[in-house]
Design a protein around this ligand. Structure first.
Ligand code: DGY
Length: 326
């Protein structure tokens, strides 16, 4: 059986698959496999080891008649046509939970960096501008005792809320469904999106990318935020209307933004957001710790091994696939 791996992965993980399968691996670390090449490679593939930057659409699935398993090294799967995969009997696996704490850490890192101008301050030294201490030099926003509003209270949201309590923050949240269990466990408070936007010093976007969450923060929502508020996004770029955000930041309608994800990735140095001095941007590294990425890669390979042996995956995105024909 043939497994296609769309990015260079650590040798030990590749070995887990090479022991039993014929493996094709795209050799680049940081550059996606060209779509046309992937189309060619999946023609006789039984399984696909993929990631957030591959487009696994209907055309690609049509070109892969033998495909039984798609395993993505990510929790998010908005880049995969799940309905088409299910209709074709293809199991789709992903890697939730193992990355939640790492993403929560990065969310907090981005929040602190934006609030306290950490990146701007380092650039200030690097460019030789530091002449001495100044009373209002590089002053930011308080994090301790502030109010955080989390949009999307899943495992990552819970991790962020736990970290926030260490900073004495009040935590509000908005979620598709109310999470009374989390309210009891962590003392967070459910509210409407409007109330959350109006009351929060830090609005943290952690919702998955779905048709319902697409551009859920736009011009109207940004106008509800405090002029001192900071927007953090470590979920998916499509959840925020980027051009509305750019205008709000330029006009100082909100104070700042910390972004790890973008509507179209990668962004380049000439992206309009980069020119702004009230934004911190990162190249989609939410889960990027060595241990977490190794766990994610291992789970992605395990999902393939399980799927190809006819067993259920560790985490299946489309469990309906198991009921087809029964
Ligand atoms: C995910 O897992 O969905 C992240 O965005 C990639 O690390």
């Amino acid at each position: 059986m043939k497994v296609v791996i769309t990015r260079r992965i650590p040798e030990s993980i590749k070995q887990m698959l090479e022991n039993d399968y014929n493996v094709y691996m795209w050799q680049e670390d940081n550059e996606p496999i060209p779509y046309e090449l992937l189309l060619e490679q999946v023609k006789d593939a039984d399984a696909l080891f993929t990631n957030v930057s591959d487009r696994i659409d209907k055309q690609l699935l049509q070109a892969a008649p033998n495909l039984k398993v798609i395993s993505t090294m990510a929790v998010g799967y908005d880049n995969i046509d799940i309905d088409e995969a299910t209709a074709r009997g293809i199991c789709v696996g992903h890697t939730p939970d193992v990355l939640s704490e790492a993403v929560a850490d990065l969310t907090f890192a981005l929040l602190l960096a934006t609030a306290r101008k950490v990146v701007e301050a380092m650039d200030y030294i690097k460019e030789g501008s530091w002449r001495g201490w100044g009373p209002m030099l590089l002053t930011g926003q308080n994090v301790y005792n502030s109010t955080m509003g989390i949009i999307g209270m899943g495992a990552i949201g819970k991790g962020v809320a736990r970290r926030a309590s260490g900073f004495g923050m009040k935590v509000l949240y908005h979620n598709r469904r109310r999470r009374e269990d989390v309210e009891q466990e962590l003392g967070v408070e459910y509210c409407t999106l409007n109330d959350l936007l109006q009351a929060s010093d830090f609005v943290v976007m952690l919702a998955p990318a779905t048709p319902e969450t697409r551009r859920m923060i736009g011009e109207r929502e940004l106008s509800l935020m405090k002029p001192t508020a900071i927007l953090i996004n470590t979920s998916r770029g499509s959840n925020i209307d980027e051009s509305a955000l750019c205008s709000a930041l330029k006009e100082r309608q909100i104070w700042g933004a910390g972004l790890d994800v973008f509507e179209v990735e990668p962004i380049h140095a000439n992206h309009p957001l980069i020119a702004l001095d009230n934004v911190v941007v990162l190249p989609h590294i939410g889960s990027a710790t060595i241990a977490t990425r190794m766990e994610m890669a291992e789970m992605t390979a395990q999902n393939i091994r399980l799927g190809l042996s006819g067993a259920k995956l560790i985490h299946t995105v489309n469990p309906d696939v198991y009921n087809r024909g029964s």
